[in-house]
Design a protein around this ligand. Structure first.
Ligand SMILES: C[S@@+](CC[C@H](N)C(=O)[O-])C[C@H]1O[C@@H](n2cnc3c(N)ncnc32)[C@H](O)[C@@H]1O
Length: 282
């Protein structure tokens, strides 16, 4: 046996030899392009990693921490992560059955995700994300997905990446719901990264919605007050948001790092050059 083979075969943690996963969905506000600016500000070591607004998971996958608590208000998204973790091969089989035409898109979009198996639900989610207009996620008041067809010919998945994602997701405990309720049991040895829907200058369009709920001034204030409570308990956190007077005001007293943003998914050109902040309490 060669030395290389010996070393590999003695690793107990497979993540050491498996490539890191990347997000397998396109997600508004995704941080993939900003990782090199964000990650160096994270603490060098901590026990457990919390991410209450997981979205496409770019920061989570890049960090690949050994123990993570992941939350989002979007239940369909969290179900998709669970399906990939438990049976990515089954999800791939379902995805391979879905053809990319306008008629099929409309038929698949109309299926109630709660009426089908976990694997089919995840395949439906990934399929809609890859074939709908700009990969947006928007639902109506009844929770029905209503983004129009996008007319793209892109592949739905890369199997090696889904395998790596399944591996990373095995270290996760998932919750679905509001960010305030997912930090139960957190201690001062842990670290939280909050990446909420951004505070917007100039109003909110429907395309800023990820769930049937809304994230507006009141929610940003709620997040700032939670951050103050965590700070008082000595728990370290980082928050991403837009660099606006409102955000600077509600996080007054904490450290601000400038992040140069490049927005891809925003429709309004006035939003494209707004810089971002990483707010830190350590
Ligand atoms: C900016 S995205 C996160 C992007 C993610 N960091 C990435 O790189 O893809 C914000 C996420 O917050 C979720 N969300 C919206 N309101 C929420 C709430 N009140 N509690 C928890 N999650 C919420 C949305 O579903 C969305 O996935």
């Amino acid at each position: 046996m060669s030395i290389i083979n010996m070393e590999v075969s003695t690793f107990s943690d497979l993540s050491v030899v498996t490539p890191k996963a990347e997000p397998f969905i396109k997600w508004a506000g995704g941080k993939q392009a900003l990782l090199a600016q964000i990650l160096p500000h994270f603490p060098k070591s901590f026990e457990r990693y919390y991410e209450p607004f997981i979205g496409g998971g770019s920061v989570f996958f890049a960090l690949n921490h050994h123990k993570a608590f992941v939350n989002d208000e979007n239940e369909w998204l969290i179900d998709t992560y669970k399906a990939i973790r438990d049976n990515y091969v089954g999800v791939v089989r379902e995805l391979d059955k879905l053809t990319n035409t306008r008629e099929d898109f409309l038929r698949i979009r109309a299926i109630d995700p709660r009426s089908i198996s976990l694997e089919k639900r995840a395949a439906q989610f990934i399929y809609l994300n890859k074939t709908c207009f700009r990969g947006l996620f928007r639902v109506n008041k009844k929770g029905q997905f209503n983004v129009p067809y996008g007319e793209y010919q892109r592949r739905y998945y890369a199997v090696e990446n889904l395998a790596a994602a399944a591996n990373a997701l095995k270290k996760v405990e998932f919750t679905v719901g509001d960010f305030e309720k997912c930090l139960i049991g957190i201690t001062s040895n842990d670290f939280v990264y909050f990446d909420p829907p951004y505070f917007k200058l100039g109003g909110y369009s429907d395309f800023n919605r990820y769930t049937a709920g809304q994230f507006r001034e009141a929610e940003h204030l709620r997040l700032a007050s939670l951050c103050n409570e965590l700070d008082a308990e000595g728990i370290r956190w980082a928050v991403s948001n837009s660099d606006t007077p409102f955000i600077r005001e509600i996080f007054k007293g904490f450290r601000f790092e400038n992040i140069k943003a490049r927005r891809e998914i925003n429709l309004k050109s006035q939003d494209r050059n707004v810089n971002e902040l990483l707010i830190l309490n350590y």
